[in-house]
Design a protein around this ligand. Structure first.
Ligand code: DGJ
Length: 742
């Protein structure tokens, strides 16, 4: 890995053994983009990449030159209105009303390692040798606003990160109305756009479309990154698939309002912008003031989507997630939410816990309803004290009793919210987000606390810390069940109201930072009605997240498959729940529910006392199985094999780091008769290793399994007389492959 500056051609080249990123200082002093893609050898001058020509209707920068128009040049941090008519990366409104800026190159710095981002989650290095960082400093001479463009290239993998820091060195305050984290100008638009979209209980479905002239975008203006669109985009070539081909992944490490967009211009070049949503953002830059944008991670590969995802997985597991849980196998938990909802007593909880312990579960999680007057979703949020009527021994008493059973204890919070029917709200009615003289909208009867105010965050911290100090709590589920409306803070002046959405998220990050550093052994799981805020920003604090409130195994195939495009298996909260499933009434076999949940953190969300003795024995076996394989399932290399978006079958697999063990998950949604012979061409095995298929005892070399395939045919390929076959709808299998010899 290296970063080189070629003085004569004024060219920066960042490269490692996978990728190159090349920029130059253009004739007008702006930073131009020359190349991003597969590594090319370093040389003095690539200026031929910067093509110019006189085009009709273009506006030009120089009096004597009809060829130099910013409209047709690829740039690193473009502004609008000085010959470029595309959407821009930065916009500053000045005292005289002008929005024009002119960011001229001033200097650069190269450093080993990677600096942190003040107040924001970001990838990091542990050793300086893991990455190098280039900082290019630009300045607008009129306003004296400086822009520092940060580019980090990691030694391993085709990964770069980018972010931007503003510093105002002038004398008159200005308003930052757009400060994107990334502008990536690419020379052609021959890509398929792939996004992860959905809604509550249907998160992260894969949607694709061809790029067309104009702007296509995803984003959120809800105050949270949202169920609707994950802050993640893939641009892949038409011929790219899971196994081969070029792809660029763009992932924004941010949990609030965002936008990722691609603009195809009239000459088929492509501009990608990613960052804080400009529609709902303004930031007052006072003299001497600073602003830091969130970080964007860019992955380039020419080895297909699986390889792109694996690059994100490793980076996010090892250098985004932090703390002692980062690379530890996750405890198998039981959560009482779908077992009891709000209807529980201490006795009932202990019954559920005792049965779970008997089955081998390691962590009991008490969900919503344990605090204040919380007997429904209309009251109690904000009062983080145990409800003595339900829990006579308090949280510490209950935690002690769970620990005495030989399990760890975990607790649910929704720190950012209040019900109006709560003591906290009655004491601080002015602490919710609301606009003066306007109605206050609710979501699930709850209101959003104004986390842009430090005193509000402090008060919530105090309540949570008190419980964490006094009770033996090993895990926290941090929920967030509504989006922001009437965004306004009474603590900030009129000309800073545009900052509130971002300041809110900074407050959330601040609370997470304080709790995770004060209580470093606690495992945090983020949640927002399932996947309403499942994003890389959260992963920095909480190494796992509840990806969906939909716990049906068949729905989960799509949700987990889509989520795996960017996020590692170790980050996905996955539970076995009861049937009929509570979200859509579907009956699925117990083994299929587990076979899907194994590819995640794994747990149960039902009352195990209600199972038959046979089912209880099956659960015990599932837990033994998961304990044996969880480390490799969660931290091995994950491959998608067959997409649930494309047919009746889904398949995926995980391979251990030493390639000696592989687990293949195979799922068939609807049963069939007189069907086809089927086989799965596996990935990631060692071709010369001989693997024993634990299901049927057969042995096959890695090359057979990868190139000819694992035979998955069963009696559905023939005539199944009067349903005698073992198969039903929603059938699934796990193939365990263990090396026998090499
Ligand atoms: C939404 C979460 O996603 C659920 O798992 C559960 O914790 C409920 N909130 C509790 O209100």
């Amino acid at each position: 890995m290296n970063i080189v500056y070629h003085e004569t051609s004024k060219t920066f080249h960042l490269y490692n053994d996978r990728i190159s990123y090349i920029m130059t200082i253009m004739r007008n002093g702006h930073l131009g983009q020359l190349y991003f893609g597969k590594q090319i050898r370093d040389r003095e001058d690539y200026s031929y990449f910067l093509e110019t020509c006189g085009r009709p209707m273009s506006s030009n920068v120089y009096d004597d030159d009809r060829t130099f128009s910013l409209e047709h040049l690829r740039q690193e941090y473009p502004v609008f209105g000085t010959t470029d008519y595309r959407q821009c990366a930065v916009e500053i409104r000045q005292e005289n009303g002008s929005r024009i800026s002119d960011f001229q190159y001033k200097s650069y710095k190269i450093m080993d390692g990677k600096p942190g981002l003040a107040g924001l989650p970001a990838t990091y290095t542990q050793e300086d040798t893991e990455a190098r960082t280039l900082i290019v400093i630009l300045e607008d001479d009129v306003t004296k606003v400086q822009v520092e463009l940060f580019y980090t290239i990691f030694a391993q993998g085709g990964v770069m990160t980018r972010s931007v820091r503003f510093y105002h060195g002038g004398e008159k305050p200005v308003l930052l109305t757009r400060a994107m984290s990334l502008c990536l100008d690419l020379p052609d638009c021959d890509y398929v756009w792939q996004q992860l979209s959905g809604c509550w209980a249907r998160e992260c479905h894969i949607k694709t479309r061809s790029l067309e002239p104009g702007i296509q975008s995803i984003g959120s203006m809800r105050g949270n990154s949202s169920h609707e669109h994950n802050p993640f985009l893939v641009l892949k070539r038409r011929t790219t698939d899971e196994r081969q081909g070029e792809a660029i992944g763009i992932s924004l490490i941010y949990s609030g309002n965002f936008r990722i967009q691609a603009e195809v211009d009239a000459h088929d070049t492509l501009r990608v912008l990613a960052g804080i949503d400009p529609e709902t953002f303004e930031w007052k830059l006072s003299c001497g003031g600073e602003f830091q944008t969130p970080e964007v991670v860019m992955v380039y590969t020419d080895w297909g989507l699986n390889h792109m995802s694996q690059t994100f997985h490793k980076l996010y597991q090892k250098r985004l997630a932090r703390g002692c849980w980062r690379e530890r196998a996750r405890p198998i938990l039981i959560n009482n939410w779908e077992a009891t909802y709000f209807d529980f007593t201490q006795e009932r909880l202990l019954e559920i816990a005792a049965k779970a312990k008997e089955c081998g579960v390691e962590l009991f999680v008490l969900d919503d309803g344990w605090f204040g007057e919380r007997s429904s979703d209309r009251a109690g949020l904000g009062d983080w004290k145990a409800n003595q009527k339900r829990l006579p021994d308090g949280i510490s008493g209950l935690a002690d009793r769970i620990e005495a059973l030989g399990m760890k204890f975990g607790l649910w919070f929704e720190p950012e919210m209040v019900n109006k029917d709560s003591d906290f709200y009655r004491q601080h009615p002015d602490w919710i987000m609301s606009t003066p003289n306007r109605s206050q909208s609710h979501g699930r009867y709850q209101y959003v606390l104004d986390f842009s105010r430090k005193e509000v965050v402090d008060a919530v911290y105090e309540q949570m810390a008190r419980i964490l100090i006094h009770a033996k709590i090993s895990y926290i589920k941090w929920d967030m069940n509504r989006s922001i409306t009437e965004c306004y803070s009474k603590a900030w002046p009129a000309d800073q109201q545009g900052e509130i959405y971002h300041r809110y998220i900074l407050g959330v990050y601040d609370l997470y930072e304080r709790l995770t550093s004060e209580f470093p052994n606690v495992l945090f799981e983020s949640c927002a009605s399932g996947g309403g805020r499942f994003d890389p920003g959260m992963l920095y604090y909480a190494p796992q997240g509840w990806i969906s409130d939909d716990s049906d195994a068949i729905e989960r195939l799509k949700i987990q498959y889509g989520t795996s495009m960017c996020y590692p298996i170790s980050s996905m909260g996955t539970h076995v729940s009861a049937v009929p499933n509570h979200q859509l009434g579907r009956m699925t076999p117990l083994h299929t529910r587990a076979n899907v949940a194994y590819f995640g953190t794994f747990g149960y969300e039902l009352d195990l006392n209600r199972l038959t003795p046979e089912e209880t024995e099956e659960v015990k076996k599932q837990i033994i199985f998961m304990k044996k394989y969880r480390k490799m399932l969660q931290f091995g290399t994950f491959y998608r094999l067959q997409s649930p978006f494309e047919g009746n079958q889904t398949a995926w697999m995980t391979v251990s780091d030493d390639q000696k063990t592989a687990l293949v998950g195979f799922y068939r949604v609807l049963n069939c008769v007189n069907g086809c012979f089927t086989r799965l061409r596996l990935l990631g095995l060692n071709p010369v290793y001989c693997y024993r298929n634990v299901v049927d005892g057969s042995c096959h070399y890695g090359d057979e399994l990868m190139y000819a395939g694992l035979i998955t045919s069963d009696e559905t390929a023939g005539e199944m007389i009067s349903g005698q076959g073992m198969n039903t709808d929603f059938e699934s299998r796990i193939y365990v492959l263990e090396v026998t010899e090499s």
